[in-house]
Design a binder for this molecule. Structure first.
Ligand SMILES: *Cc1c(COP(=O)(O)O)cnc(C)c1O
Length: 430
């Protein structure tokens, strides 16, 4: 546990020639679509990353929620090596033991009996939209193609998923997108009633909006979405690519309200870092696609599915959900304590190990200071610090990361009126 956070002497060390070279090659060859941080990562171990110069970082962003078991988990490494030696890819026209094994596990956990595998999250969203359209056509004819989604949502970067993502900044340059999409504000029950009609084929929701800044949907809103979907013979689709598979402290975020979807979309951590996403459906939708109407060459490979199985087994064997709840409670209380101390913190919200801290100021400078001090923080929406750490993050790692954040906030933010200032700033030095 010691030396989670880098030594003070390393903090301002200039990047090595090796690091500078990689960053320069990135700039020369990679189309610049990511606001990258000036660091070159080399390897990871649990919740720690090491850069090319050997400096350590505590990982509070978990590869955007993918690295649920941290980095290089011994069981994941062993499964990967063994399966790579046996078979990586197989045409989906042939059978292999791993896809149905993983599908069975996912069905047992979710209660949804049908599974289709694809690669990334966006691809699974595309599958869900196609399923909604074909189902709509089957039950209501071609006019039943309308989609209802939320402003501030995030469903991916491909054309269909972008068309249902309620953030203009991502789609404005690529329009027009899919026709027939209606957007409304989260938790606007009256707006939902007005938007859902007989022409609606699906309502698409993230039970906890992730990229949009970590916002939970209210139970009332979700219950009404379920009722309206049933009343209009539309599908209720939950995109749990980010909130699912343990992130919220239960296997799926929908368990918090008990509202069940017709279609559940999973991704991010599912393949342990190997691209894998899944579309899960209820019994009534098992045959909705029809033969040869959908597919994915690389989706659900033996390697990805085997890692998916191993991921779920490790989650169970190591009681990771218990840890999510314990470490999540610790993270929550530390963040709420920060909110008491600093003027610029507007709101702290989340569940399990998925948290957002909304600020009145840009959050990027805090993340950059975190990088210098050896802790990785993530920023969304410009002013929200988002926490998606590995689900195996321990409570003492929460404290180590939050001690650093507190010291950074002391340097960057304003003490709240009436807040008790601590004697010594808790700059974390291992
Ligand atoms: C990340 C994410 C996606 C997109 O997944 P990709 O793997 O990047 O295509 C879709 N929906 C939600 C809720 C996500 O968090």
């Amino acid at each position: 546990m010691e030396q989670i956070v880098s030594r003070r002497s390393e903090r301002h060390a200039a990047p090595s020639q090796a690091a500078t070279d990689v960053l320069a090659r990135d700039e020369q060859h990679l189309i610049p679509v990511y606001a990258r941080y000036p660091v070159v990562m080399e390897r990871g171990e649990g919740c720690t990353l090491f850069d090319i110069d050997g400096k350590q970082y505590l990982d509070m962003m978990g590869g955007l929620g993918v690295n649920a078991l941290g980095h290089a988990h011994p069981r994941m490494v062993a499964a990967l090596v063994e399966q790579a030696g046996a078979m990586v890819h197989l045409s989906p026209q042939y059978s292999n033991r791993w896809p149905s094994r993983l599908a069975e596990k996912l069905s047992d956990l979710s209660g949804m009996p049908g599974v289709f595998f694809s690669t990334g999250g966006s691809e699974a969203v595309e599958g869900a939209l196609k399923l909604a359209r074909t189902h709509g056509r089957q039950v209501g004819g071609a006019a039943k193609h309308g989609l209802v989604a939320l402003r501030g949502s995030y469903h991916g970067r491909t054309f269909g998923s972008l068309s249902v993502t309620g953030q203009d900044k991502y789609s404005i340059d690529f329009g027009p997108g899919l026709p027939g999409v209606r957007f409304l504000d989260r938790n606007d029950v009256a707006g939902l009633r007005a938007a859902v009609m007989d022409e609606t084929c699906a309502i698409l929701l993230e039970p906890i909006l992730g990229e949009g800044g970590v916002h939970k949907l209210s139970s009332e809103f979700l219950v009404e979405a379920r009722r309206l979907a049933d009343a209009h013979n539309a599908l209720l689709i939950f995109d749990e690519i980010q909130s699912g598979l343990g992130r919220s402290g239960t296997w799926f975020a929908f368990e918090h309200t008990g509202v069940r979807p017709d279609v559940l979309i999973l991704g991010k951590p599912l393949g342990g870092g190997i691209p894998l996403s899944a579309l899960l459906v209820t019994e009534k939708l098992f045959h909705s696609f029809g033969m040869a109407k959908h597919g994915s060459t690389l989706g659900g490979s033996p390697l990805a599915c085997r890692l998916g199985c191993e991921f779920l087994e490790v989650m169970q064997d190591e009681h990771v959900l218990d840890n999510v709840r314990a470490a999540g409670a610790r993270l929550r209380s530390r963040l709420l304590a920060l909110q008491e101390r600093f003027e610029e913190i507007v709101e702290v919200r989340g569940e399990g190990l998925m948290w957002g801290v909304e600020l009145t100021v840009p959050a990027r400078p805090l993340a950059e200071a975190g990088l210098e001090r050896g802790v990785l923080f993530n920023v969304v929406q410009g002013n929200v610090l988002r926490f998606l750490p590995p689900l195996i993050l321990t409570e003492s790692q929460v404290d180590a990361g939050l001690d650093v954040l507190e010291a950074i906030m002391e340097a960057h933010l304003t003490p709240a009126a009436g807040a008790v200032r601590e004697e010594e700033p808790v700059a974390q030095v291992a």
